[in-house]
Design a protein around this ligand. Structure first.
Ligand code: SAH
Ligand code: F3S
Length: 482
């Protein structure tokens, strides 16, 4: 199952082609969402011009950077443990090592990080990566350095990311930064700042460049991609004040999707994450119109109870969400839909939980990412509500939900059994050297014998077996996309 927060990738250290003239060694690893992995590629790009090559060996690193996540307490604890690991390596075998924290924890904890964790020399928030050369100069002189200023403009649109640990086939392209939604449980608006959209020209340039390098699939990234709006720069809330010409030439998400789909008609286009209240009909219609926009929408709902949705400040009702699902199914009949859910949000009753269960039954999601509520400092829920659902209740509801999702995933996967599906080959199957692994447009993983096919090929696969989340088959030829 492809995960938005891919547990397999958590903490993966990242490497790139060495540059001869570079003498310093950077160890960089990332935790959390795809945006963090994408940001690390921007950071690597900045540091390669500062004399750094990457290494996967902590013992020889001059600089260790960890891109951090604050979304749940567990994510922060994982990073704290990594800092302990760096500490012990530094003490035992690498006294020259400097350690920097990037990303959401850096932004949330700010200078507290330098006080609480002796090992940390450098703290850099998600909008301050261009300041890294100056900050590193300070660290080189023996001082701690910090920049956690959030920006209303920074999109890193002018920096060509260096693809780290790439399969050469799929890549992330970030299109918005920050989030203005203020869901009451969520720390992201505090750690990533106001929502900004990136210049569509720089996005298309990046897509074209990826195609020329052999990439076959991109995922447009943002906390809330459907809210994308470009009118020459500036915050979305100021669009009202824009000039007539700016308004007339503005680009919304549906237009951006179309621009990408047309720029590279054989490139698979995906996007994540969609927010129900911002996913408009023109986006769904654009998906239906272009073959290369993959029929999969990640559409987190968090809860199926109207009362809880309101407490969460999710700006739609259960009924509106169900209508949206109906519209998607009507316009794109074979569209996969996936969810994020939170169980045990403050005041959630058994009845609320049953509302979520019945919504899941209604949608029958293809995939899902489910979490127990984790209270985050500074959020509205933390300030105004008591974290009052007992941990065992949260755990039980989560287990029930996961079981139901697995049943639905199984049913969805089965729909494609004994059919022909289009697969983009991404890598060797983890289970067998003789098999390829790739995904359908709906994001279902398919494995099949390699034969004469190669990574990056589009093939038609006849399926003959499946597990809950994987189709098993045999290639019957290249697809028309090849
Ligand atoms: N719009 C974002 C959401 C980021 S957070 C995106 O691009 O995906 C990813 C998921 O983590 C959320 O959808 C939510 O289900 C979960 N989450 C966020 N805050 C949480 C919290 N305080 N406790 C538990 N889960 C949380
Ligand atoms: Fe968080 Fe809600 Fe934005 S979940 S990232 S505040 S859409």
């Amino acid at each position: 199952m492809e995960k938005i927060i891919d547990e397999n990738k958590q903490g993966e250290s990242l490497v790139l082609e060495p540059k001869k003239e570079n003498t310093r060694k950077l160890f960089i690893e990332s935790y959390g969402c795809a945006m963090n992995f994408s940001d690390s590629e921007i950071v690597a790009s900045i540091l390669t011009n500062e004399g750094f090559n990457t290494t996967q060996n902590l013992e020889e690193a001059d600089l260790v950077l960890v891109n951090t996540c604050s979304i749940r307490d567990k994510a922060e604890q994982t990073v704290r443990k990594r800092l302990e690991k760096y500490q012990s390596v530094k003490r035992q075998s690498n006294p020259k090592m400097k350690v920097g924290v990037l990303g959401c924890m850096a932004e949330r904890l700010k200078s507290k990080f330098l006080e609480e964790e002796k090992i940390v020399d450098l703290v850099v928030g998600p909008d301050a990566y261009k300041d890294l050369p100056n900050l590193l100069a300070e660290v080189d002189e023996g001082r701690d350095a910090i920049n956690v200023i959030l920006s209303k403009e920074e999109t890193y649109g002018d920096i060509a990311p260096i693809r780290l640990n790439t399969n050469g086939v799929t890549a992330f392209v970030s299109i918005t930064r920050g989030c203005d939604n203020m869901c009451t449980f969520c720390v992201v608006p505090f750690t990533r700042g106001r929502e900004r959209s990136r210049d569509p020209h720089s996005i298309i340039e990046e897509v074209n460049d990826l195609w020329s390098k052999g990439f076959k699939e991109i995922t447009l990234l943002g906390q809330n991609v459907d809210s994308y709006l470009w009118y020459g720069g500036g915050l979305k809330k100021d669009f009202e004040k824009a000039s007539d010409i700016q308004k007339a030439t503005s680009v919304n998400f549906a237009k951006l999707l179309e621009l990408c789909a047309k720029a590279q008609p054989k490139m698979r286009i995906r996007f994540s994450t969609s927010n129900p209240q911002d996913l408009t009909m023109d986006v769904i219609e654009t998906m239906a119109k272009y073959n290369n926009i993959c029929n999969h929408i990640h559409l987190p709902v968090q809860s199926g109870s109207d009362r809880i949705l309101k407490e969460m400040n999710r700006l739609h009702t259960r009924e509106e969400y169900m209508q949206l699902i109906d519209n998607i199914r009507r316009i794109i009949p074979n569209c996969a839909i996936s969810q994020d859910m939170i169980v045990g949000f403050p005041t959630e009753t058994e009845e609320d939980f049953q509302d979520t269960v019945s919504l899941m039954e209604y949608v029958k999601y293809d995939f899902g990412y489910m979490f127990t509520y984790s209270e985050r400092p500074g959020t509205l829920a933390e300030r105004k509500m008591e974290d009052d659902v007992p941990e065992p209740t949260k755990k039980r509801r989560l287990a029930e939900m996961v079981e139901l999702q697995q049943r639905h995933s199984g049913e969805r996967t089965k729909q494609y059994l004994n059919t022909v599906v289009e697969v983009l080959i991404e890598k060797e199957s983890k289970k067998s050297k003789e098999q390829w692994s790739g995904r359908t447009p709906q994001n279902t993983v398919v494995v099949f014998p390699k034969e004469h096919y190669n990574i990056g090929d589009y093939v038609n696969v006849q399926t003959h077996d499946c597990t809950t989340a994987t189709l098993i088959g045999k290639a019957i030829g290249y697809s028309e996309n090849y």
